[in-house]
Ligand binder design. Structure first.
Ligand code: ZN
Length: 305
């Protein structure tokens, strides 16, 4: 379907008699040198904004980074790229995708390109498979591993900028110090504590800080498959909140609905602290680090850290 649409777009562009089909002119993924970059900037396309800021910081002046999906008001799982989105891949030398069936439209767009870019697939980098929880930007170890892979690929693509990219990586890691510090602060407070989650987006981080997931299995399975949990599963969830089995409730504010709201009300009535998290980066945050630290501070507070 995407291929077909892409074909239509190519015909339309041809019909407009644009010269130099496949050139990067007029495309945001151009390769002009800028600022401190010792050589030409690498045109990079990133699928979703959870990775966009990280890649942008790693590339610095030696990258022209275009992020396709940037909206915390829509569900990235349901995203379908427009022809204009697909056109942004033209000329890209590096493509960064989440993988794990989260952004399958990326591979389809890449398949249509005459000149294939280097592709970093986050799920493959961290050794997960389709069917695994795709919210890997919530896993601290995954974030660092994927970032280092992006740096390695940038160095391969533009060896003259190798030391520049190493310096960018080091600078980015320094900027992540508050994130590491917040995680370290939460760990002792999370020992022996538990959580329930309206959606499993935060699970890798919860695991990293040492919280035990007490979300009822049936509820988890249903939300992972984007279906509504059965009344019995919702009942199990409410019961666990009421009887003190869950220290905190992790609540995804990005995709709400009657059932998550009902669960949240039960948590509030049961005096279980609610920690709000989002799938994508809310517009008020300009960096991945600021977004994550804000949520981690809320979790620390909820756990009395
Ligand atoms: Zn999700």
């Amino acid at each position: 379907m995407v291929r077909f649409r892409w074909g239509v777009v190519a015909v339309v562009i041809g019909g407009l008699a644009l010269s130099a089909c496949g050139s990067s002119s007029g495309n945001s993924a151009s390769s002009k040198p800028k600022g401190a970059c010792p050589t030409s900037a690498v045109p990079v396309v990133v699928s979703v904004d959870q990775w966009g800021d990280i890649v942008d910081q790693l590339a610095g002046d030696c990258g022209n980074v275009t992020t396709i999906f940037k909206s915390s008001s829509a569900d990235p799982h349901d995203y379908e790229p427009t022809p204009a989105d697909n056109a942004k891949f033209t000329g890209a030398k590096l493509v960064v995708e989440n993988g794990l069936d989260y952004d399958p439209w990326v591979d389809k767009a890449v398949a249509t390109l005459d000149t294939k870019p280097v592709v970093v697939n986050g799920g493959e980098v961290v050794g997960l498979e389709n069917g695994d929880n795709p919210h890997i930007w919530y896993g601290p170890d995954y974030v660092y591993k994927i970032a280092d892979t992006v740096t390695a690929k940038l160095k391969q693509l533009e060896p003259k900028a190798a030391s520049y990219f190493d310096a960018r990586n080091a600078k980015w890691r320094t900027s992540m110090a508050p994130y590491d510090a917040e995680i370290a602060k939460i760990k002792p407070a999370a020992a022996g504590k538990t959580y329930g989650a309206t959606e499993g987006i935060f699970d890798y981080m919860a695991e990293a800080v040492g919280l035990t997931n007490k979300t009822p299995d049936g509820y988890q399975r249903a939300t992972a498959n984007e279906s509504d949990p059965a009344p019995g599963d919702v009942n199990d969830f409410e019961q666990a909140l009421a009887d003190g089995s869950m220290t905190v409730l992790i609540y995804n504010t990005q995709t709400s609905g009657a059932i998550p709201e009902q669960v949240r009300s039960k948590a509030e009535a049961s005096k279980v602290p609610v920690v709000n998290v989002t799938e994508s980066v809310p517009p008020k945050f300009s960096t991945f680090e600021a977004w994550q630290v804000s949520q981690l501070k809320d979790l620390a507070k909820a756990l009395g850290a």
